[in-house]
Write a new protein. Structure first.
Lengths: 330, 680
C-alpha cells in the first residue's frame, strides 16, 4: 500500500471538485470493502481518497410512480432489511444477503457495490499482466485460471466477471443509476451503465470521469414483488457466485405473460437474459419451454477450457428457477 | 519399558475449560507480533516475480530515500548465514531465484506502512531462466510380484486419485519480533515448538544455543507450517542484527502461500485384488508428489496403506518429482490425509464391486499385525470404531444402491472410511519448582497452538503432583525450559505429559517450598527404541451424509460422525475440539481447498482467502465425535495418543464415497467441485 491523502468533503459538489482537481488520481471511498483490499494489493494506487460516506445519501424512499429510490450511501444491510425492498423486490434482499459476510454488508454501500471490481486472480495480482489493470499487457486468464470467469459478453482482451450479486436483480428490474458530475445530474439506465469490455476492459462503466453515483431507482414492478434470487457457489457462504439468477415470471392460463431473467457470474456485467425472455413470452409455461429459453440465451456462450460447466449450470439454473416460480415440474 | 502407573484421579479425564481462554477473547493474550519493544522497526519482504534465474539488480537507493525507511537487506548486504539442512532458510545469501515468491529483499522501516510502501516500490530486475512447475505425472506402477497377485484375484480395482496443492492457513500468519542485546538473541515467534527454532537460529547465526531464547506463549494455529522455523524468524533476526534495533516481521496472507509450505499435490494409483467376499489378496499403492529444488521433501502418501489392511501381497511406492516450486512441507496429517483419500476411496469401490457392505469389508480386512513390517500393534481399535460408528450413525439398513434417496432438489448419500495416524512420543525435558506459597510451577517448552495443550498439561501435572489444578502453573513456549517435542506429528501430548509426570514424581510425596527438579525422558525413550518394533497408531472411523444438487453440482455435507481409538483422553473438551477441527479441515479438503498452479507464472494463482476457499461455518453441519474405551500401556505413563491429526484422515474419502452413494458417480479428484459433479 502506498501513501495517500484523504479528504471528507461535505457535499457531493465538493467531492466532484476534489475529483476534478486530482484528474484521475483520486478515488471515491465509501465502505472501502473492495478499494482498501485493492490498495493493499498495490492494484489501486490513488493519490487521494475522497470519503463520501458522510454525505447524506442514505435514504430509501418511495417514488411518485410507486418505485423506490435508494441513496448511494445506503449500507447493504440496511437495504436488504428495508420493508419496501423486502416486500416489492425480494430478489434484491435475497441477493444482498447471499453476498459477502455480515461485517462486509454493514460497511458496503449501494454505490460502491455497483463499482466493485472483478475478482479475477490476474486482476488482483499486481505482478502479472492484465488488460483491465494495465491496458495492453494481455489477458493471462484466457489460458490460465478462469474457472469462474465469463462465458457471455466477454472479449479477446478480457473475460472477467462482474462479481456483484446485488446488481443482478437490478438488471432484471430495469434499475436506473443517478449520477452527478460537472455536467450536473444525469440518469443512466443500468443496462447502459456497464460497458462491454471489447478492447478496452479497463473502462468498465459509462459513469463519466469525475462523476459520482448519488443513488439508484427501481421502477414500480408487479413482477418484482414475486421475484427470487438463487446463487450457486462452491462454498455455502462467503463466496462469489459461480452462477446466479434473478427472475420473476407471470404465468396466466399456463402461458408466460411476462418474465424477467438476469444472470450473475457469467459475464463482465450483470447479464439481462433478453434472448431467454423473448423466447418465453406467450409460450406455454413448461419445463421444455424453460430449457429452450435457456438454450436461446446460451447460444451466445463462448466457454473456455475450464468454465464450460457454466453452460449446463446456467441452463439448469434458469429451467429450475422458472419451474419453481411457476410451480411447474422440472 | 514404562508401565502405566496409576495417577491421582481427578484432573485427567475431566472436562476443563481453556486456562487462557479469557485472556484470548479479551485480547490480553499476546501473540508474536504484539510484543511492544522500544525502538521497534518493521519489516516487509519483497518476493521474486520470476520462477527461476538470478537477480540482476536491486535499486535500493530510491527506496532508502523514502520516509521512514531504515534500510534494505538484499543478497548484497545481508549478514552471512551458516549452512543448515533446510535451504529454504538460507535467505538473501546469493542472487539465485529458486521459485516464484522467494524473498529477494527485506525492507525495514519505522512503521509497517512505510515498510510496505517501500517494499511495493522496490525495483528488482532479473535474469530469468526457463522453469518447470507442472505437476502432471503419469502414474505407472513398476512391474513386480504384485502384478501376479492382482492378475489372479477374482475382483480387482484399479483407479487413479488426485489431490491438489493445499495450503495451511492458520489464523495467525507467520510472525516474529526479534531483538539482539549483548549478543543474545530473543525472538517472540509464532511456532509449534521453540526447540527447533532455537537450535536452527543458533546454527544459522553461528552462536551458542544458550544465547538464543525463543518465546511463543500463544500461537494462533500452525497445522504443520510452524513445525520448524520458516524464513520469517531468520529474516527478523537478521534485520535486528543488521540495523541494531528490534524488528518485527509478519507475513501477509498472500505471502504465506509461497513462503511457509503447503501440502504437495498428489497423484495416486491404487490397485486392489480381492476374493469374491472382499478379502484382499493384493494391494498396490503408488503415489507421486512434488518437491522443490531447495529441499527433498517426501510426503510419503502411501504410508497409510502399510498400516491399514491385511493384504498378503502389499506393495507401496512413493515417487517425488523435483520442480521449480515453493517447498511443500507438513500439513495436518502429512501422508495420511491424501493417502487415506486414495485407499479409502478404492476400498469403497471394492465394496461396490464385491457387493459387500463398506463397513463389513473393512472389518474383514482388519490386520492382526502391521502389514508393512509385521510389527505388533500397541493397540488397534479400528473394528470397534467402525462398529460403534455404524451403530451411532444408523448405518444398519442403509440401501447400498446409489441415487436411492432424495430430499427436494438434493440427492442424499452416505459414506464411510477408516482413519489412522501414528502415535508416539519423543524425548522432552521438564522441570518443576515448589514456590514459597506452596504452589507448583512446571516449565516445559511445549506449544499450545490453539489445541488446549496448556490446560491439558496442567491437568496432567496436577494429578502427578496430587494437588488441585489451581495450585499448578504450567509455563510453556519458552526455549529456556530445555528441549521438548514440538506440537506436531500428534506426538506433543504423549511426549510432554510423559516428561511432566516423570519430573513431578521426582519431587517425592511432600515437597518443600524451594525444592525443584528437572528431568528428561530422553533415556527412557531411547532405551525402548532398542527393543522390538512396536506399531503405535490411533485408528478411527468416519461417516458422512451429503446432499448433491445435480442441477448445479453443489455438494453440501449434512452430517459427519467420527469415532476414534485414541488411548486415554486427558481433556474431553479439548480432544473433541481437535477432532472436530480435523474433520472440518477434512470437509474443506473434500469440497473446497485447492491451489491452482499457473505454469506460466510458476505460482499458486489463487493465493489469498478470497481465491483459496476454506470451509465456513455455513459449510459445517452437525459434527459428532466420540471415542471408544482404549487402553495403551505403551505410550508413556498416561497412555494418551495424540489427536491433532487423525480427525482429517479419511474424512475426504467418506465424503467422496457419500457423493458416489448419492449420485452413482465416483469422485476420484479433490476437491469435489460443482464442475466435476456436473461433468461427471
Amino acid at each position: 500500500m502506498r501513501e495517500f491523502a484523504y479528504e471528507t468533503p461535505d457535499s457531493v459538489d465538493a467531492a466532484i471538485a476534489l475529483l476534478a482537481e486530482h484528474d484521475g488520481d483520486a478515488r471515491i471511498i465509501a465502505g472501502g470493502t473492495n478499494l482498501v483490499d485493492l490498495m493493499k494489493l498495490d492494484v489501486e494506487r490513488p493519490a487521494l481518497l475522497v470519503d463520501v460516506s458522510g454525505l447524506a445519501l442514505d435514504e430509501i424512499a418511495e417514488t411518485d410512480d410507486g418505485g423506490v429510490r435508494i441513496g448511494a450511501m445506503v449500507r447493504n444491510s440496511d437495504l436488504a432489511a428495508h420493508p419496501l425492498i423486502r416486500r416489492r423486490y425480494p430478489a434484491v434482499t435475497q441477493a444482498i444477503v447471499a453476498g459477502a459476510s455480515g461485517q462486509l454488508r454493514n460497511m458496503a454501500t449501494v454505490g460502491g457495490n455497483l463499482l466493485q471490481r472483478t475478482r479475477c486472480v490476474y486482476f488482483t495480482d499486481a505482478t502479472k499482466p492484465c488488460n483491465k489493470r494495465m491496458p495492453g499487457t494481455g489477458c493471462p486468464a484466457r489460458d490460465g485460471e478462469h474457472r469462474n470467469l465469463a462465458i457471455l459478453g466477454a472479449s479477446d482482451a478480457c473475460i472477467a466477471t462482474n462479481p456483484s450479486d446485488f446488481a443482478v436483480p437490478l438488471a432484471a428490474f430495469d434499475a436506473v443509476v443517478h449520477t452527478r458530475g460537472d455536467y450536473g445530474d444525469r440518469d443512466i439506465p443500468l443496462a447502459e451503465f456497464y460497458r462491454a469490455p471489447d478492447d478496452e476492459p479497463h473502462r468498465e462503466t459509462t459513469l463519466p470521469a469525475g462523476a459520482v453515483i448519488t443513488g439508484i431507482s427501481l421502477p414500480s414492478s408487479e413482477l418484482a414483488a414475486r421475484s427470487t434470487y438463487r446463487k450457486v457457489r462452491e462454498r455455502a457462504s462467503y463466496a462469489f457466485a459461480i452462477g446466479s439468477i434473478a427472475a420473476a415470471v407471470d404465468v396466466r392460463d399456463g402461458v408466460v405473460h411476462d418474465v424477467r431473467i438476469a444472470l450473475g457470474a457469467v459475464a463482465p456485467m450483470p447479464w439481462r437474459a433478453r434472448a431467454a425472455e423473448q423466447a418465453l413470452v406467450r409460450r406455454p409455461a413448461t419445463a421444455d419451454s424453460f430449457r429452450a429459453a435457456a438454450d436461446a440465451e446460451l447460444d451466445a456462450a463462448r466457454p473456455l477450457r475450464d468454465n464450460a460447466y457454466k453452460v449446463p449450470l446456467v441452463r439448469n439454473l434458469i429451467a429450475r428457477t422458472l419451474a419453481t416460480l411457476s410451480e411447474v415440474d422440472a | 519399558m514404562t508401565a502405566t502407573a496409576p495417577l491421582a484421579t481427578g484432573a485427567v479425564g475431566s472436562d476443563v475449560r481453556r486456562i487462557e481462554g479469557l485472556d484470548k477473547v479479551s485480547g490480553r493474550a499476546r501473540y508474536a507480533a504484539e510484543f511492544p519493544l522500544a525502538e521497534l522497526a518493521y519489516g516487509a519482504v519483497v518476493q521474486s516475480t520470476i520462477v527461476r534465474g538470478s537477480i540482476a539488480d536491486i535499486d535500493i537507493d530510491a527506496v532508502l530515500a523514502m520516509p521512514g525507511v531504515v534500510g534494505v537487506l538484499t543478497h548484497d548486504n545481508a549478514p552471512r548465514l551458516h549452512e543448515v539442512d533446510d535451504a529454504t532458510l538460507l535467505v538473501l545469501q546469493d542472487d539465485r531465484v529458486h521459485y516464484r515468491g522467494q524473498v529477494v529483499a527485506l525492507v525495514v522501516a519505522d512503521s509497517i506502512e512505510a515498510a510496505r510502501a517501500a517494499a511495493d516500490a522496490l525495483d528488482v530486475t532479473y535474469e530469468a531462466e526457463p522453469h518447470d512447475v507442472a505437476f502432471a505425472p503419469e502414474v505407472e506402477p513398476d512391474p513386480g510380484e504384485v502384478d501376479e497377485a492382482l492378475a489372479a484375484a477374482p475382483v480387482t480395482i484399479d483407479a487413479t486419485y488426485t489431490t491438489p496443492a493445499e495450503h495451511n492457513n492458520p489464523m495467525e500468519p507467520h510472525a516474529t519480533t526479534a531483538q539482539w542485546s549483548d549478543d543474545r538473541l530473543t525472538v517472540y515467534d509464532s511456532n509449534q515448538g521453540a526447540t527447533p527454532v532455537k537450535r536452527t537460529l543458533a546454527a544459522l547465526f553461528g552462536v551458542e544455543p544458550n544465547t538464543v531464547r525463543v518465546l511463543a506463549e500463544h500461537v494462533g494455529g500452525g497445522f504443520g507450517a510452524k513445525g520448524t522455523p520458516r524464513p520469517n524468524v531468520v529474516l527478523a533476526a537478521m534485520a535486528a542484527r543488521a540495523f541494531d534495533r528490534p524488528v518485527r516481521l509478519v507475513f501477509t496472507r498472500q505471502q504465506q502461500f509461497a513462503l511457509v509450505g503447503y501440502r504437495t499435490p498428489t497423484a495416486q494409483r491404487v490397485r486392489l485384488g480381492a476374493d469374491d467376499s472382499g478379502r484382499l489378496l493384493a494391494l498396490d499403492h503408488v503415489a507421486h508428489t512434488q518437491t522443490s529444488t531447495l529441499m527433498d521433501y517426501d510426503e510419503m502418501a502411501t504410508a497409510y496403506s502399510r498400516v491399514m489392511y491385511a493384504a498378503p501381497t502389499l506393495r507401496t511406492e512413493d515417487e517425488v518429482t523435483t520442480l521449480d516450486v515453493p517447498t511443500p512441507r507438513w500439513m495436518r496429517a502429512p501422508g495420511e490425509a491424501p493417502g487415506s483419500f486414495a485407499l479409502e476411496s478404492a476400498m469403497d469401490e471394492l465394496a461396490e464391486a464385491c457387493g459387500v457392505d463398506p463397513i463389513e469389508l473393512r472389518v474383514r480386512n482388519d490386520a492382526e499385525v502391521r502389514p508393512g513390517d509385521g510389527a505388533a500393534f500397541s493397540s488397534r481399535s479400528l473394528v470397534e470404531c467402525l462398529r460403534e460408528g455404524a451403530e451411532r450413525f444408523g448405518w444398519v439398513g442403509r440401501d447400498p444402491r446409489p441415487g436411492a434417496v432424495r430430499d427436494g432438489r438434493w440427492l442424499i448419500g452416505t459414506g464411510t472410511a477408516s482413519a489412522m495416524y501414528g502415535a508416539n512420543a519423543s524425548p522432552t525435558t521438564a522441570s518443576v519448582t515448589v514456590g514459597l506459597d506452596g504452589r507448583f510451577t512446571v516449565r516445559i517448552a511445549a506449544a499450545d497452538i490453539g489445541t488446549g495443550a496448556r490446560t491439558a498439561l496442567t491437568q496432567v501435572a496436577a494429578d502427578a503432583l496430587g494437588v488441585p489444578m489451581d495450585r499448578v502453573e504450567v509455563r510453556i513456549g519458552d526455549s529456556d525450559s530445555g528441549p521438548a517435542m514440538i506440537a506436531g506429528g500428534s506426538m506433543g501430548m504423549a511426549s510432554w505429559s510423559w516428561a511432566i509426570v516423570n519430573v513431578c514424581r521426582q519431587l517425592g510425596p511432600s515437597p518443600m517450598p524451594g525444592e525443584s527438579a528437572t528431568a528428561s525422558t530422553r533415556d527412557i525413550i531411547r532405551a525402548r527404541r532398542e527393543g522390538p518394533t512396536v506399531a503405535r497408531h490411533s485408528f478411527g472411523a468416519q461417516f458422512a451424509e451429503v446432499g448433491v444438487d445435480l442441477d448445479t453440482g453443489e455438494v453440501r455435507v449434512r452430517q459427519l460422525l467420527g469415532v476414534f481409538g485414541i488411548g486415554r483422553v486427558v481433556n474431553p473438551r479439548t480432544v473433541r475440539s481437535q477432532l472436530i477441527g480435523g474433520m472440518t479441515m477434512g470437509l474443506s479438503m473434500a469440497l473446497l481447498e485447492e491451489a491452482y498452479m499457473d505454469p506460466r507464472f510458476g505460482d499458486y494463482a489463487n493465493h489469498d482467502l478470497a481465491g483459496y476457499h476454506i470451509a465456513t461455518h455455513a459449510d459445517v453441519p452437525a459434527i459428532e465425535v466420540s471415542w471408544v474405551d482404549e487402553r495403551d500401556d505403551d505410550l508413556g505413563p498416561l497412555g494418551a495418543k495424540g489427536v491433532g491429526e487423525i480427525g482429517i484422515v479419511g474424512t475426504a474419502a467418506a465424503i467422496a464415497n457419500a457423493v458416489w452413494h448419492a449420485t452413482g458417480i465416483r469422485q476420484r479428484h479433490l476437491p469435489i467441485r460443482p464442475d466435476r459433479v456436473l461433468q461427471g
